[in-house]
Design a protein around this ligand. Sequence first.
Ligand code: QAP
Ligand code: CO
Length: 171
Amino acid sequence: MLLPIITYPNKLLKTLSADVAMFDAQLHAFLDNMYETMMNNNGIGLAAIQVSMPIRALILCIPDEEGNQDQANILEIINPRIVNTSGKSTYQEGCLSVPGFYEDIERYESLTLHYQNRHGVECTLEANELLSIAIQHEIDHLNGKLFIDHLSYSKRKKFEKELKKAFKEKK
Ligand code: QAP
Ligand code: CO
């Protein structure tokens, strides 16, 4: 089932999402719907709050060298905690909740993540490059933060200007 994705400036995107406690069939059905919704919208990552569900769950599907997003490569990350970080790198990010806008954001280059999978099993993951960046982007969503919240004052102004322009063109 496809779920509606909320977009900036919807205030729900500022919600602090709550820990997941029940790893039941309802959660599994929701995660499946998140995957279908992300793929349908050409995304590589999606946090639950982007489909109006304030729980600490996110999914990622980083494309391989050919650009394929195999369902076997999907990561379902619940109650994540970053336990170690190193280095810095900059990547041009986008977001399904901020469609059509892309900007360079600095993140940690590598990190170690502790999280639970859909069955509640504790897992550890070492991530670098795009996966590390995507994890930090999605964890920000769980804390009510968007990538545009990392922009400098002048870049934020540029975003607001482009947003107004896009809004006018729609009318
Ligand atoms: C987050 O972003 C991310 O504007 C996932 O028109 C992005 O899936 C993590 C998308 C970059 C790391 C690096 C955005 C699709 C998808 C758009 C996405 C759009 C259509 C964004
Ligand atoms: Co996003």
